[in-house]
Unconditional design. Structure first.
Length: 239
């Protein structure tokens, strides 16, 4: 069982590495968007008109810029989704799950991975491979004359994303297994980000003083509050 936790830790590092690496794409994405907007809006579009009259137009055409925005955003999302799952930072619609015990939540996570996530990844991965190969063989490019070429590159990120999600899913599956079926002394070592009772690693940890100010705690605030007074001011939360 200890080996399963060690394997889970090693598998988890792969999507986390690529997620952190992909997060840097936000910088060129912001740069391209700002350049696109400013050249179109400043001086009545004179900058963009000047670009169109030079050889720069083959590189900085509005179509290429806008398609670059889509590609960068897609790559950023696809590289980060596996990372977000390992940190339990993705969106969950917890209508019933959050109301049950930790053990039942672990069961739901385990069954969900085995029944839904893994089959989904296998089916979509198979279809995705053919999708990428067709784009590569046909040298697929943008439908726009001045758009980006080599569309198989951005399509390949779909397959990379599925592999990263697979690593994240197996890592989580191993942890649920040890938590549910492992010896008692190992359960405390299992990182269970998926439980609603767990402290989210991707969020800052706030102490009472961070929220209520130096020297103040939640207990003190409740002790001095008047339960009959609906106008009792709420403490100012500092972010």
């Amino acid at each position: 069982m200890r080996q399963m936790l060690d394997l889970a830790d090693r598998l988890e590092k792969v999507p986390q590495f690529f997620g952190r690496l992909g997060s840097w794409l936000i910088l060129p994405l912001i740069g391209v968007i700002m350049f696109d907007v400013l050249t179109r809006k400043l001086f009545g579009g004179a900058i963009q008109q000047w670009i169109q009259e030079t050889s720069l137009y083959h590189v900085l055409s509005p179509t290429k810029l806008q398609e670059s925005e889509w590609h960068l955003h897609a790559a950023l999302f696809l590289l980060a989704i596996g990372f977000s799952y390992t940190m339990n930072a993705h969106v969950r619609v917890d209508v019933l799950r959050e109301k049950v015990s930790d053990r039942k939540q672990a069961w739901i996570e385990l069954v969900g991975i085995v029944v839904f996530l893994l089959p989904y990844l296998l089916v979509v991965g198979y279809l995705c491979w053919a999708f990428i190969v067709r784009a590569y063989v046909s040298n697929e490019a943008s439908a726009a004359m001045t758009g980006l070429s080599h569309r198989w590159i951005i399509k390949s990120f779909l397959l990379v994303s599925l592999v990263l999600i697979l690593f994240a899913g197996i890592s989580t599956l191993l942890r649920q297994w040890v938590y549910l079926f492992g010896p008692e002394h190992l359960r405390g070592d299992v990182k269970m980000n998926m439980l609603t009772s767990a402290v989210a690693e991707h969020l800052p940890h706030l102490e009472d003083e961070d929220v209520y100010g130096p020297g103040h705690t939640l207990g003190e605030d409740l002790a001095h509050a008047d339960p009959q007074d609906d106008n009792t001011p709420h403490p100012e939360i500092k972010y």
